[in-house]
Ligand binder design. Structure first.
Ligand SMILES: CC(C)(COP(=O)(O)OP(=O)(O)OC[C@H]1O[C@@H](n2cnc3c(N)ncnc32)[C@H](O)[C@@H]1OP(=O)(O)O)[C@@H](O)C(=O)NCCC(=O)NCCS
Length: 181
């Protein structure tokens, strides 16, 4: 448990960080819907597309086998932030790297350090499990996410042009990478 201060509102939250599983599928879907409604480009799909995703699909997505994992941050029992890392292939040739995904925080709890905590937990987990590089992609513009990743050591390493098409516009995907120190 850790206190997350909000200096503006003078409120302190008790954030409980632990791994999430298929049992959290409903909470994960609710959080995704809340975030996607506000930040569709960041999430890489429209709110209407998100609404078509099924609970079965999320249960399957959250049925992790080691070392794949997702960390969740809970405030008063509610899932409010997540970050995951997963291998990109079952073969040894790709065993040195993981993909970071599923990084988002409820709009009601931003700028309290919740994302940094779950992201750092996921990085630590990856580097403790024989992985020495973590990659991710950010659909832009997304200054908050780029700043978050840079603050924990990621660097930009390329761009996928026109990675997604949302609201009549193409958005590039910026690739970022982090190597174990
Ligand atoms: C990006 C996001 C995950 C950040 O979550 P958060 O819990 O608010 O982030 P934190 O409070 O842990 O912030 C950690 C650091 O990220 C950076 N950051 C976060 N929000 C920022 C903002 N609005 N503007 C600039 N920098 C920001 C800062 O460096 C911050 O450190 P600081 O508060 O000490 O300055 C959140 O804004 C979000 O869910 N956005 C929509 C989904 C998304 O973009 N996900 C990433 C997809 S790749």
């Amino acid at each position: 448990m850790q206190y997350i201060g909000n200096p503006d509102r003078k409120i302190e939250y008790m954030a409980d960080i632990h791994c999430i599983s298929a049992n959290d599928a409903e909470a994960f879907s609710a959080l995704r819907r809340e975030v996607t409604r506000e930040n569709p480009i960041a999430m890489g799909l429209t709110y209407e597309e998100e609404l078509t995703r099924t609970l079965d699909g999320f249960q399957a997505q959250l049925s992790f086998s080691q070392p794949n994992i997702m960390f969740g941050s809970f405030i008063e029992g509610e899932l409010v932030a997540t970050a995951a890392v997963g291998l990109t292939s079952r073969f040894p040739s790709s065993r040195h790297k993981m993909l970071m995904w599923g990084v988002f925080t409820s709009p009601r709890y931003r700028r309290r350090g919740l994302s940094r905590q779950v992201v750092e937990s996921a990085i630590q987990h990856a580097f403790s499990n024989g992985v020495h590089r973590i990659n991710l992609q950010v659909y832009v513009p997304n200054e908050p996410a780029i700043a978050l990743y840079k603050s924990v050591g990621f660097v930009e390493c390329g761009v996928e042009p026109e990675a997604i098409y949302i609201n009549d516009r193409y958005h590039d995907g910026v690739h970022m990478t982090l190597v174990e120190a």
